[in-house]
Design a protein around this ligand. Structure first.
Ligand SMILES: [Mn+2]
Length: 328
């Protein structure tokens, strides 16, 4: 495994520009993935975007609204190389996990999550948590190369950057700089993009969010308000709303037919005070639901088939918080 920095990434992309690359994401690709993939596939004319399972419903709507196709091939068999975007471990790639960990094809990882080990002689990694999204990395790399994206692709990168920033809270000076440059380049205004990516929940869904938060557990750990419980909507939505209305840390789960899915969110002031990294916690305790976990310091997720492990998962989460907040 070789690690590269941004100049190494620039050289690498220039060298493999004409490769038949498969651009793959974590399971259930999000706006950051699709923005990165669209811009990169424009630069790499022989590449193709692969969706091994499905895209989030939100991303499909965004693609349709912007005139993009929503059908993508799901395999990597005919590709010469694989570029993993917005994911840094094979396990996170769901249906492609086994194939990726055994393939001899060259693999390039471009990501901004807490580094995990993706082993292999054939693996090159650019992974830097200082970037608030993979879309920022792709934007910067293309700029360094001197091949800026078209207005259409730049808008998708912008949607990726803004979506991953949790309303600009998870951001760096470069996040704002890139947003500003792309707005200028495309002539778009921020409000239009923001409206395009914000949740448009129907009244019934808003009732579900309100009910989920009302019936959640509320406790203080140290001086921090921790809210957790079951969500009737996808867990990340309820967790986002819980933070908006005053939780310092929120952990919600949604139960599906085959699996359980957890989302954790944290106010950035809590992160600053205690140096808690939700992505690390979710990764460490994901075995309790027999699955995978990871993400960022203030926004992370975990999913797995062992639904009965949910209470154990919550206790593991609370123990990890207590270690950071109370004992320090
Ligand atoms: Mn991302």
């Amino acid at each position: 495994m070789g690690k590269i920095d941004i100049s190494g990434l620039k050289e690498k992309l220039e060298a493999c520009r004409n490769a038949k690359a498969a651009l793959v994401s974590h399971s259930i690709g999000d706006a950051d993935f699709i923005g990165s993939a669209i811009a990169l596939s424009e630069y790499m004319p022989n590449s193709k975007i692969v969706v091994q399972d499905k895209l989030s419903a939100k991303v499909e709507n965004i693609l349709r609204a912007n005139g993009f196709d929503t059908n993508f091939p799901n395999g990597i068999a005919d590709a010469d190389m694989v570029i993993m975007l917005d994911v840094n471990d094979f396990g996170g790639c769901g249906a492609l996990a086994a194939e990726l960990s055994s393939t001899n094809k060259e693999i390039l990882i471009i990501d901004h999550h807490y580094p995990k080990e993706a082993e292999g002689e054939n693996v090159t990694v650019f992974d830097d948590e200082h970037y608030s999204s993979t879309s920022n990395i792709i934007y910067l790399a293309l700029k360094e190369i001197g091949a800026p994206p078209s207005a259409r692709a730049a808008k998708m990168l912008l949607i990726g950057i803004i979506s991953d920033s949790a309303e600009l809270i998870n951001s760096t000076p470069a996040t704002f700089l890139d947003i500003s440059e792309i707005l200028e380049m495309t002539g778009l205004d921020y409000a239009t993009i923001s409206n395009e990516i914000s949740y448009t929940l129907k009244p019934k869904e808003r009732i579900d969010v309100i009910n989920s938060i009302c019936s959640a557990q509320k406790e203080t750990i140290g001086g921090e308000l921790f809210v957790y419980g079951e969500s009737k909507l996808p867990a990340h939505m309820t967790a986002d709303f819980a933070i908006k209305i005053g939780a310092d840390i929120a952990l919600f789960y949604s139960s599906y037919k085959e699996e359980i899915s957890f989302s954790a969110r944290m106010h950035n002031s809590t992160e600053k005070k205690y140096k808690i990294h939700l992505g690390k916690i979710m990764s460490e305790i994901s075995g309790r639901i027999g699955g995978n976990g990871g993400g960022h310091s203030c926004a992370a997720g975990s999913y797995g088939p062992k639904k009965e492990g949910y209470a154990d998962f919550i206790s593991g989460f609370k123990e990890s918080l207590a270690k950071k907040i109370v004992i320090r």
